[in-house]
Design a binder for this molecule. Structure first.
Ligand code: PGA
Length: 260
């Protein structure tokens, strides 16, 4: 059985390090007795250093992006970039890659693929986001997600697959999408099964089974239980609701209370 994982993606929030530290300290206190759930918070880069100094064995840190290459000397002339090695050296364990909000800036599957390879070789666990913009009646969205999975994971060594987390985030359900719609556990289940099959086709069923698949897209404390119980996923990636420590902790609590 894979361990369930709850990931908070703070996106470009909050506005001050003070608020970030207060959130983190409070959450660390509230989850100190959690047993089953892996908890990861992905704040903006600039808060990672401070948050890594707050003592907790329960909450791990993730970044929201990384540089696509690992320069041989560990650093290099890449203004504005942060390398996977720098993140790893700070104690960061995870990195969100291929988020639709970054893809909207022009990031494509090939760039995501490079970033995944760089992250893995530096010792980070990539949280790879895939998901369609719309659900069309001819079901082309399956092809879109299959292409994303295949191209993002092209050339990744089979030994590394167990470190990869795939987050299915349909853009039409993300909180910041205009005229968004709610997804339901059936949407998540259907796609999680399809992604697992795609992974199986590019590796083996046993390897595909080791990859954790998450659902993300406006998950909150009211609907998290449905996704976690009936969505065939190994966890959830939470954006908006992770900005509230109470809501996020409630989602962790729901996960802890699940039977399996
Ligand atoms: P949301 O964001 O929960 O606010 O929809 C999820 C994400 O974009 O990672």
């Amino acid at each position: 059985m894979k361990r369930k994982i709850i990931i908070g993606n703070w996106k470009m929030n909050p506005n001050t390090g003070k608020v970030a530290s207060k959130w983190f300290q409070e959450a660390a206190r509230l989850v100190s007795r959690s047993k089953k759930t892996e908890i990861v918070i992905c704040p903006p880069f600039i808060y990672l250093d401070n948050l890594s100094r707050i003592r907790t064995s329960k909450i791990k840190l993730g970044a929201q992006d990384t540089f696509a290459e690992n320069p041989p000397a560990g650093g290099g002339p890449f203004t504005g970039e942060v390398s996977s090695e720098m993140l790893y050296n700070l104690g960061v364990g995870y990195v969100i890659l291929g988020h639709s909000e970054r893809r909207a800036f022009g990031e494509n599957n090939q760039i995501v693929n490079k970033k995944i390879k760089g992250a893995l070789s530096a010792g980070l666990r990539p949280i790879v986001c895939v998901g369609e913009e719309e659900r069309d009646e001819s079901h082309k969205y399956f092809d879109i997600v299959k292409k994303q999975v295949k191209e993002c994971l092209a050339g990744i060594s089979r030994d590394s697959f167990h470190k990869i987390i795939l987050a299915y985030e349909p853009i039409w359900s993300i909180s910041t999408t205009k005229a968004r719609r709610d997804a339901v556990p059936d949407d998540s289940r259907e796609m999680a099964v399809f992604i697992r099959k795609t992974l199986s086709d590019i590796t083996t069923p046993a390897i595909a089974n080791k990859v954790r698949i998450l659902y993300g897209g406006s998950v909150n404390e009211r609907d998290a239980e449905g996704f976690l119980r009936d969505g065939r996923v190994d966890g959830v990636l939470v954006g908006q609701a992770s900005l509230s420590v109470e809501k996020f902790i409630e989602i962790v609590r729901i996960c802890e209370a699940l039977k399996n």
